[in-house]
Every structure is written in C-alpha cells, then in structure tokens.
Ligand binder design. Structure first.
Ligand SMILES: C[S@@+](CC[C@H](N)C(=O)[O-])C[C@H]1O[C@@H](n2cnc3c(N)ncnc32)[C@H](O)[C@@H]1O
Length: 297
C-alpha cells in the first residue's frame, strides 16, 4: 500500500507499528498527520477509520469511513460493512468490490484454509441432501452460484449432465477452471448471471455464498425465474435464531429459519429440506447453519 509520497509512506508505516504495539490513539494522531500530506489517499483514510474504531472512538471513526467511501465509491476495502457494524444498520449485501478483493486475495490459500482449519463441508452436505430428495438420475443443467474454486462442482459433477458456475472473484474462478470439471464458468455477480442466462436449469446450488448477501429477495427471484418446474434450489446459510437477517462481526450474514420459509413461500417453492447443519467452524467452534433444498412448484 503506497500513497506515492515518501514522507507520508514513512509516517504511515510508523502509525501501523504503533497500532500493532497496541497504541491506537498515538497511531491515529500519526495517521491524521499523514493525511494532511495525502488527503485523497483512500487506503490511508480507511486505516485512520480502523484505528479510531480500534481506539474505541466510534463516533470519530464513522465520518472517516464515510470520507473513505467518497474517495472509493466501489468500496474495495469494505467500509460499508464496518459502518454497518458501528451503526448497527445492516446493509442489504456486501459491496461487490470488497468481496472481489477479499476472495482474490484469499484464493491461493482458500481450499487449505477451509478444509483444514474451518472443517468446511457445505458441498458434501448439499450433495447428501440432494441424494435424499432426488436419489436417481442426473440433472440436465446445474448452475453453481458463487462457485469459488469449484469444491461444490467436484461433488456434484457426477450428477450433472451440464455444469456451469459463476463467481465474483477471477482468482477463485481460475481455481475452478483448473479443475476442468465445469462446462462454463464466468466471472461476475450471481444475480446478473442468472438474469442473462438463456437456458433453464433443473438444479441451482449456492454453497456458503448467501452468507455474503443479507436480503435474499433478489437472489430468490432470479433463481426461481431460471428454474424449470420441479427444479431444485439447494443452499447453505448461517443461522441465527431471530427473524430476518443479521450481519456478524466476521462480515458474514446469518439468516433466520422463518425468513427462509417466508421467502420460499413468496417465490413459489416447496420446502423439501430445511434443517440445522454445521458446514464450517470459526476459531474452532461450530458455526450454526441451515441446509436447504427447495423445489420450484
Ligand atoms: C466461501 S466461498 C464458497 C465457494 C464455493 N461455493 C465453495 O463451496 O467452496 C464464497 C464465494 O462466493 C462468492 N460470491 C459472494 N457473493 C457473490 C455474488 N454476489 N456473486 C457471485 N459470487 C459471489 C465469493 O467470491 C466466494 O468465492
């Protein structure tokens, strides 16, 4: 991260060191001086907001996050999420630029981290649920939303005559492409991909993807329009025990069971499976989730 001003870069490095050593107040002072030299540097502004929040100065941090957003409206650092957590007003979804940056950076270590540290098993849970609901035959067209590096594709391939996938992150899609199991892969937003697709699908899956979207109405609408009658929508979400959806400190949304049931009814789905399931851990602890298979009626 460089501001292209040597003095500012030096001050910035010093501020980071102070912050690492636990002196967020002093770090915030140095960052404020740094920004006098480079007022339009988005990453510097973001770092100041982070540092103020870390120092417990929530009301000072909020306008600085807002100033960052004015400099980088695409929000590649994820300020909207931080603001949402500080103001306790959940946004409808994570900003695309933030997710792209997050997963582009995560891609090289994604599978190892998920499988070994987080004990990730959403693809296997989805496959088992699909085998229960529809034990026989292959699906003619399967589409994998937020396919990532293709872990769900691996377990679904043998049940799919045609398998497509989409993901926001080009680096994640490269991982999926290297597996040579998808018929078509695209980089982009899942709702846009569904809305521009020519053919109908008989299975659409989203393994650990809807956790990055709070309000799922647009996803449900787009999926329902793209499914053949009787087609299946299979996904995992993180669960919370209240209504609607909430945003967690780890920047992932959790959804209530009632919310999924209400959306299913609104979008003409029959619920074939909707049950508690754990598809990953966080810091060694099981994360409560829901496993769903809905049938378009
Ligand atoms: C935790 S990973 C899961 C990847 C894969 N489904 C799997 O089971 O390994 C979440 C993925 O969702 C993607 N994603 C999040 N929001 C998206 C959106 N709106 N459209 C497309 N992909 C999205 C991210 O880029 C990331 O690769």
């Amino acid at each position: 991260m460089s501001s292209r001003n040597l003095t500012a870069d030096r001050r910035f490095a010093y501020a980071l060191m102070l912050r690492r050593d636990g002196d967020a107040e002093a770090a915030a002072d140095v960052l404020t001086q740094t920004l006098e030299l480079v007022p339009d540097w988005p990453e510097g502004r973001f770092a100041l907001a982070e540092t103020l929040a870390e120092a417990g100065r929530k009301y000072d941090a909020i306008p600085v996050y807002e100033a960052y957003l004015a400099l980088d409206p695409a929000d590649s650092m994820g300020a909207a999420v931080k603001l949402a957590l500080l103001t306790e007003v959940a946004p409808a979804a994570m900003p695309e630029a933030y997710l792209r940056r997050l997963f582009d950076e995560y891609a090289p270590r994604f599978e190892k981290a998920l499988r070994e540290k987080l004990l990730y098993r959403a693809p296997e849970l989805l496959r088992a649920a699909l085998d229960e609901v529809q034990p026989e035959g292959t699906f003619a067209r399967v589409f994998d939303l937020g396919c990532g590096t293709g872990l769900a594709g691996v377990v679904l391939r043998e049940r799919a005559a045609w398998l497509g996938g989409v993901d926001l992150s080009a680096a994640m899609v490269k991982g999926a492409r290297d597996k040579n199991i998808y018929d078509v892969l695209t980089v982009g937003d899942m709702v846009a991909a569904l809305n521009t697709m020519d053919e109908q699908c008989d299975l659409i899956v989203a393994a650990d993807v809807l956790t990055y979207v709070g309000n799922l109405a647009a996803v449900f609408t787009a999926v329902r329009q793209r499914l053949t009658p009787g087609g299946l929508f299979a996904f995992t979400v993180q669960r919370h025990d209240g209504d609607g959806f909430v945003l967690g400190a780890e920047h992932r949304f959790s959804h209530g069971r009632n919310y999924i049931e209400a959306l299913s009814a609104q979008h003409s789905f029959d619920v074939s499976v909707l049950r508690p399931a754990v598809s990953r851990q966080e810091k060694g602890v099981d994360v409560p989730g829901l496993l769903a298979v809905l049938r378009a009626n």
